[in-house]
Design a protein around this ligand. Structure first.
Ligand code: GLY
Length: 381
């Protein structure tokens, strides 16, 4: 191996995780190259970072069965205010961090019962949530339908503009001295005698490095060359979304609002995101009439004022779903081969802790306590 490459790092995947880890490594003067198969930005669809909604919502999204994941989500959530600040200083990009909080609304008796169950479960976990009547919810959000009969208010479930985060991370990574290779598709992860050696690109070019990080989202399991014991059990989970334009001077919402299988996310520029379907369709990222119709119907039931709002964009993204819906983070049985994938519905939320923990592992050789439960070994026990 050539001398200048003795401590370099290759990161496969230029999403929020790959670039976040890369940024931290570049800040520590570690020679780091991020390989992205498309471009970082609009053309990265259907990769999850660009496609997602940017909700930072560990409280209202906490579900039974995810208790072990919650501390990781909360720890990353706590890092977001400093992360946005640092990103802004490093990149000059405002990532649209908003702290109005989140409402979860119920439209009928069935939904109220579900909401009550959710409220009691989340309160037992020690999460701060307030039960509201329909009228109290409308005091917070006057455009909510008269049919909203109850709601939860979660003051600490915030949001960022995920697309701005991606552009900021790209800028910060480059400014810190990182190398970004776009349109660089990996043909093979090179492993010899149980040690990572680098990657071969589809162009035939070989890049040597003793550390290779797989942060390729939904594509992480498809990379040739990964030995079975290091191949993360990750699959694509499709989400269709759309954006409506609402007047800047009279926004329809300020909070993020969840209903049954739908959420509405107001952006500072007047866009109102409506998401998202959850579909097992492999790598199919097509929009469907049924998907878009269902989202619009559910959104309209909650917020009838969207009736006249122009649809300005529709898209689908592929979440990297793992077998237990928790991320796969840390070392593998292959020396130098590290995983940062499987973030499923929490990729943006988990970006700060993923960047900090994986870069710490690479720089010191120690796996931080926060991610010890999330290694690939849990699937092989
Ligand atoms: N976290 C939002 C989604 O997965 O749709």
């Amino acid at each position: 191996m050539k001398n200048k490459q003795f401590n370099s790092v290759l990161i496969v995947g230029g999403g929020v995780c790959g670039l976040g880890i890369g940024w931290r490594l570049a800040q520590a003067n570690r020679p780091t190259t991020v390989l992205e198969q498309r471009e970082v930005g609009p053309n990265s669809l259907p990769a999850a970072t660009w496609a997602s909604a940017g909700m930072l919502a560990p409280h209202v999204e906490a579900e039974p069965g995810e208790e072990r994941l919650l501390p990781l989500l909360l720890e990353s959530h706590a890092r977001w205010p400093a992360f946005t600040q640092e990103l802004k200083e490093a990149s000059g990009v405002d990532v649209g961090y908003r702290t109005e909080g989140t409402l979860v609304v119920a439209l009928d008796r069935d939904q109220v019962e579900r909401l009550r169950f959710q409220y009691e479960f989340q309160r037992k976990l020690g999460l701060e949530l307030t039960w509201l009547s329909g009228d109290a919810a409308r005091q917070r959000e006057p455009h909510l339908s008269r049919n909203v009969i109850a709601a939860l208010y979660s003051p600490h479930d915030h949001q960022v503009d995920n697309r701005q985060v991606l552009l900021a991370l790209r800028q910060a990574f480059l400014a810190a001295g990182g190398t970004l290779r776009e349109h660089a598709s990996v043909a093979e992860i090179l492993v010899e005698k149980g040690e990572a050696q680098g990657v071969r690109l589809i162009s035939g070019e070989i890049l040597h490095a003793p550390v290779v990080v797989v942060a390729a989202g939904a594509w992480s399991a498809t990379l040739p060359g990964l030995p079975p014991e290091a191949r993360p059990p990750v699959r694509p989970v499709k989400g269709q979304m759309l954006a409506l334009q609402t007047p800047l001077d009279a926004p329809l919402l300020r909070h993020v609002v969840w209903g049954r299988d739908v959420y509405l996310v107001p952006r500072k520029d007047g866009r109102l995101l409506v998401g998202a379907t959850v579909e097992e369709k492999g790598f199919d990222a097509q929009l469907t009439a049924g998907g878009v119709y269902t989202l619009l119907r559910r959104a309209w039931e909650i917020l009838p004022g969207i009736d006249e709002a122009p649809i300005v964009e529709m898209w689908a993204g592929l979440r990297p779903g793992s077998r237990d819906d928790a991320p796969i983070l840390g070392a593998t049985p292959v020396k130098g081969l590290i995983l940062a994938t499987g973030h499923y519905r929490n990729g943006i939320l988990l970006a700060p802790i993923t960047a900090d923990a994986i870069s710490h592992l690479i720089l010191t050789g120690e796996t931080p306590e926060s991610i010890r439960n999330f290694g690939i070994g849990r699937f092989h026990r």
